[in-house]
Design a protein around this ligand. Structure first.
Ligand code: AMP
Ligand code: MG
Length: 403
């Protein structure tokens, strides 16, 4: 009897994929180009932060003890501007005007803002009776010590970190190299976007959603299209296997007469690590490896391809790059949902934020071919395979695609 092997679960598939991570090495890039990349060195403070006692309000700098002793009127000795060398208050009874960003003048230890004083004939009169020692001064080294780590290795760099790189003078920074990626769609029914399809044809869409899904995350991918022809598939895929770190296929892994991919990958000595996962959409997903090249072969239905790339490729990449990741997001289901098959279901949902809670409304659509439905939604909710009723108010992990 031709009994099929039981499918592996989404959890098993994930763990197989995460045990097949690769190291693509390290490169040095100009710090602007480091946006979205994974840092491969610790970034340390090259000086104390702030590097000097920094005046943090425009006003006058004076001696606290003199004010405490009761003095309220101060002759102005001069102006301490930002970007100028440190001045010294010559007579403790006097004051200096001092600007935000300037070094605190020597001999002063409190700053009173202009709003609380009046100045006449070069005399500053303070209109309040109480001040604090060291007020309105951003103390040297209070944020970070010299050589303290500001951003640690394996962090993903956002614009916040780019500012930190700038402040410590890192014009070049070490980041994880990214894999070379090819996205390969298959199918004789597919025509180019700028063509008018015949009645029996459709325009290619998967390759475009995948290429841009990747480019939105800072990844470049080359793209190709192959016909449902064994010889061509074999000859082309052989060259791609040699040229790329990652091959992502869409189509030709199911049971159709022209779904040649599993057979051809086998003939090309790509080791199959699994084929078919207990999930919908995307059940015929095929995953394997040849040398250092990792092969993700998604079924061609647009929603299957899309969700499989989100669910499997990105975690594999992040893990390969050893990126520090945030804990998973969860959303609250806003109505009961039933899905009977014993499969993990990636439910399409619209998300909204209700008082800080992420709420998901299911808009399931018409299955894995309904790519128009993706545009109506925001994310997938991952519903576990071991149950069929999912209740309003329960929370489930979110797979985002709008970032
Ligand atoms: P397959 O996995 O090759 O059997 O394809 C499943 C379904 O997805 C078929 O209806 C294909 O026409 C469709 N499909 C496959 N590849 C693409 C693609 N690149 N863009 C849009 N639809 C596709
Ligand atoms: Mg096909």
């Amino acid at each position: 009897m031709n009994k099929e092997k039981p499918l592996i679960s989404v959890e098993e598939a994930t763990s197989v994929i995460l045990s097949e991570v690769e190291d693509f090495g390290i490169e040095e890039v100009f710090f602007h180009q480091a946006l979205g990349r994974v840092l491969k060195e610790d970034i340390k403070a090259d000086r104390k932060m702030p590097p000097f006692d920094r005046v943090s309000m425009d006003g006058i700098a004076l001696n606290y003890a003199v004010f405490e002793a009761g003095k309220r009127q101060f002759n102005i000795e001069g102006v301490q501007a930002a970007g100028r060398e440190q001045l010294t208050l010559i007579k403790p009874d006097n004051c200096l005007e001092a600007m935000t960003g300037a070094m605190l003048p020597l001999g002063t230890d409190a700053v009173i803002p202009y709003e609380l004083i009046s100045i006449e004939n070069n005399i500053a009169k303070v209109n309040i009776d109480s001040i604090k020692y060291f007020q309105n001064i951003h103390k040297q080294g209070i944020d970070r010590k010299k050589n303290e780590t500001l951003i640690s290795r394996n962090s993903k760099l956002s614009s916040a970190e780019i500012g930190v790189l700038a402040t410590v003078g890192k014009t070049k920074v070490k980041v994880a190299k990214l894999p070379s990626i090819a996205i390969i769609s298959t199918g004789d029914e597919l025509v180019e976007v700028d063509q008018v399809p015949q009645a029996y044809q459709i325009r290619k869409s998967n390759v475009h959603s995948l290429v841009t899904l990747l480019s939105g995350s800072g990844l470049h991918a080359d793209s190709y299209h192959l016909p449902d022809d064994k010889a061509t598939l074999k000859q082309k895929i052989k060259t791609y296997l040699e040229a790329y770190d990652v091959l992502m296929f869409s189509g030709a892994v199911s049971k159709g007469k022209f779904d040649y991919l599993p057979e051809i990958l086998d003939e090309l000595d790509v080791k199959k690590l699994f084929h078919k996962v207990q999930q919908r959409p995307g059940k015929p997903f095929w995953f394997g490896k040849k040398g250092k090249t990792t092969v993700f072969a998604y079924p061609g239905n647009p929603v299957s391809t899309y969700v499989s790339c989100l669910k499997y490729f990105f975690p594999w990449l992040n893990s390969s790059l050893k990126m520090k990741t945030e804990p998973h997001d969860f959303a609250v289901l806003d109505k009961d949902f039933i899905f009977k098959p014993e499969l993990t279901y990636f439910l399409q949902v619209k998300l909204k934020n209700e008082m800080g809670l992420i709420v998901a409304s299911p808009i399931a659509g018409n299955g894995s071919g309904d790519l128009a439905n993706l545009a109506q939604n925001d994310a997938f909710l991952e519903l576990p395979s071991n149950r069929s009723k999912f209740n309003k108010g329960e929370v489930f992990p979110i797979i985002h695609y709008r970032f």
